[in-house]
Design a protein around this ligand. Sequence first.
Ligand code: GDP
Ligand code: IMO
Ligand code: MG
Length: 431
Amino acid sequence: MRNRVIIGGQWGDEGKGKIVDALSRDVDWVLRYQGGANAGHTIHIGQEKHVLHLIPSGILHQGVRCLLGGGMVVDPWALRDEIIGLEERGFQVRDRLFVAANATLLMPYHMRMDELREAKLSRHNIGTTGRGIGPAYLDKVQRTGLRMGDLLLSADRLERKVIEKILSANEVLSNTYQAEPMPARLLAEELVVLAQTLAPLVVDAHVALAGVRAGSESALFEGAQGTLLDIDHGTFPYVTSSNTTVGGALTGTGLPPRALGEIHGVFKAYCTRVGNGPFPSELLGEPGDRLREAGGEFGATTGRARRCGWFDAVASRFAVDINGMTGVMITKLDVLDTAATVPVAVAYDLDGEQLDVYPTVAEMLPRCRPVYREFPGWGQPLTGCRALTDLPPAARRYLEFLEQILGTPVVGVSVGRDREQMIWTPGGVTV
Ligand code: GDP
Ligand code: IMO
Ligand code: MG
């Protein structure tokens, strides 16, 4: 089986969790490589709903090994709770879940700093998930952060090291934010206890992934967030703090480029965004509310209402380009079942000039107005479709257009939240 990277093509929440779950059955490894518990990946199996934040979506398949890669920021409290949650639901987790020793440890003071910084930015805030992601990555690039490998230290040394970090975080809390200090000894003691549970999961990823490097074991890479939230290529500063694009899969696992295999982007048949920042094809007011209701567009991590709009082919083409996507998957096509027409942004109008290429200069995007092309709706439910030939002609025409404008084959179409509600189209949708 060929390896594959699953990358969000928009601003996150494209349905990556569902896709990764659907593809995990026959793989040896599912690897997360960036981000942390800011991700919320939802998987429905029958009546059961699972939301994963740190643990790769492959965990729901017995026998699949899962790794939290070195590019991640890992909150050990959240990881413990997620493991317990899965175990309580009958999933056997422990001997097949691993965490790279070089992953950054996300501490409660990172979460506190995230919250305080957002409050200080006031109406110019980013609208983060409040999970401490930015401050934890800051500690990493500043070369001061703790790492998962520190959990392997003796209890004494770990406690001393952690107290030292908390004391210096407390200086930032009081000097920058005039905030209360965190209880250093208490948190250090808690972490020492947590280390007893989590240390057995900590591995040297270079050793653990030897089989993937050699080609004898297969891997599915599970991206978090989406291309337009990338720290370098996204809508800065309204982005997350990691590389959500394809490079993150390399640096975040330590695997070489030849291990990546296919690069598959996941896109909703429309578009959503949580948090602040430009969104040219956003629908405000009642039309946006209707899409939000139809798609159940409320955040899996924070419960926030997602901003909704039409498919943006300009931004999506940029996502295809920058990641070198070899195929795309379109999710939530069924959400458009009752739309009379389905518009797609095919260009932008910038101060009266037509722009066909996505502008990466931050101040341009907020001034772009979408130029739409409209497609007729299909007016019937798609949730029972399992083959391309089951789709009504209007739905097929919409997919064919997306394939054409993105210049990349549509290799999968999701028509409902359940595992089975998929149409696999490895050869594309245009006949
Ligand atoms: P992720 O972060 O990319 O994994 O996406 P989320 O889980 O945050 O959000 C996607 C939401 O859409 C979840 O509630 C999924 O259960 C749901 N979903 C995924 N695919 C489909 C689909 O094809 N149709 C419908 N109706 N819901 C879907
Ligand atoms: P998944 O993996 C959607 C957004 C936040 C905010 C910005 C920065 O489920 O697709 P952060 O907490 O990362 O510092 O927030 O990024 N964001 C997401 N939006 N899906 C996600 O993950 C997201 N993770 C972060 O809303 O705008
Ligand atoms: Mg999500």
